[in-house]
Write a protein that binds this ligand. Structure first.
Ligand code: ZN
Length: 370
């Protein structure tokens, strides 16, 4: 067993706001849903925690909450003017400051708690108090730009955690691997010119945001070469994800010599997810976790931290997340994927796999990865 931290707080499940039907604001021809709200609703995350309680996995983890991220931590990433506007709107009933990021009264405090969970998780790993750690941060963070919230993300949780660790001198060289199905545009923007933080995003091409995530974006200034985008065509599944990890992600991480590997962990590449067209399974997330743990063992004494990002199937996210946390902790408490057989049968056929593999080969050539 490893000493695995699990950072969560019920208050983060109380984040809410906006009158949406799926991704669409209600109005005009968009009828309200009976059970309305954004796809980023608390149930996916709460049901993961509940499943862990039922199997007993929670008992094998070091479960804790955290302090809210404070103003000094937040202003290392976000301008004070944005934080002030967010706080004011939160204090006066909630609102929306960006794109698809509504919040209710007190949303500011919930968002700073969500960021605080990631801050504490990363700090505990870097201080050697834990072998690895998982932050069930909600609202998520990887889309949030310093001054523009978008894609359900109100604060840049992982970026805040990394800037905090840098400022405290806990580590210098970081890798952020983002396997959420959407492009990690916020994390990319924060570290685009920072040569010490390698940002890698594997995502469905042209999903969200529509206009970011191209492979051509490799970094800027001193950070040239420390951003890698791996856009995958819709329909890619387990084999393509594993090939992308081995063929593209690992050589880049190894060359960067990180002191810790940080994962922006979304489960929305799963076959059943309503916001994407990919075919990953719970076993994909399990196997990717095994890989990053082995890489962390080789490169940085096992130091690994994950923050929960997207994933919108209330039924399936719990099984994906359980698989990840089983691997991180080496717990024997198992929650078998009830859809494993069905989803294995729905993987791409041989011709499609050959196409996806050829796309990855072209990308490796373009990115000069050997
Ligand atoms: Zn996502």
């Amino acid at each position: 067993m490893r000493k695995t931290g699990f950072f969560w707080d019920e208050k983060c499940f109380w984040h809410s706001g906006g009158n949406y039907a799926g991704n669409l604001p209600v109005g005009g021809l968009v009828q309200p849903l009976a059970a309305g709200g954004l796809p980023e609703n608390p149930e996916t995350k709460r049901r993961l925690k509940n499943l862990m309680d039922v199997t007993g996995l929670t008992q094998d983890l070091i479960t804790q909450t955290a302090e809210n991220a404070d103003h000094e931590m937040l202003t290392r990433v976000h301008p004070a003017s944005y934080l002030e506007a967010f706080r004011q709107a939160s204090d006066t009933g909630g609102g929306e400051l960006g794109l698809r990021t509504p919040f209710g009264p007190g949303g500011y405090e919930i968002a700073t708690l969500s960021a605080g969970l990631s801050v504490a998780a990363l700090e505990a790993v870097l201080r050697g108090k834990l072998d690895n750690a998982y932050a069930l941060s909600r609202p998520p963070g990887h889309h949030c730009l310093p001054d523009f919230p978008n894609g359900f993300c109100l604060l840049a949780n992982l970026s805040i955690a990394i800037r905090n660790a840098q400022a405290k001198g806990l580590a210098k060289r970081f890798v952020v691997l983002d396997w959420d199905v959407h492009h990690g545009n916020g994390t990319e923007a924060v570290f685009i010119d920072d040569p010490d933080v390698l940002t890698i995003s594997i995502h469905q091409e042209r999903n969200y945001p529509l206009d970011t995530g191209d492979a051509q974006v490799r970094g800027e200034g001193a950070g040239q070469g420390t951003n890698m985008n791996i856009p995958l065509p819709p329909g890619a599944g387990h084999a393509t994800y594993m090939e992308a990890m081995e063929r593209l992600v690992y050589p880049a991480i190894r060359a960067h010599e990180p002191e810790v590997i940080v994962i922006a962990n979304g489960y929305d590449a799963a076959l059943i997810d309503p916001l994407s067209c990919m075919l990953a399974t719970a076993d994909t997330f399990r196997q990717m976790t095994r890989l990053v743990m082995a890489w962390a063992d080789d490169l940085c004494d096992g130091r690994l931290m994950m923050a929960h990002e997207g994933g919108y199937s209330e039924v399936y996210v719990p099984f994906c997340g359980h698989a990840v946390l089983e691997e991180m902790s080496a717990s024997k408490r198992h929650a078998p994927d009830p859809l494993a057989e069905t989803f294995a049968a729905r993987q791409p056929n041989a011709a499609a796999e050959a196409f996806f593999s050829s796309q990855l080969a072209d990308l490796a050539t373009f990115l000069n990865v050997t």
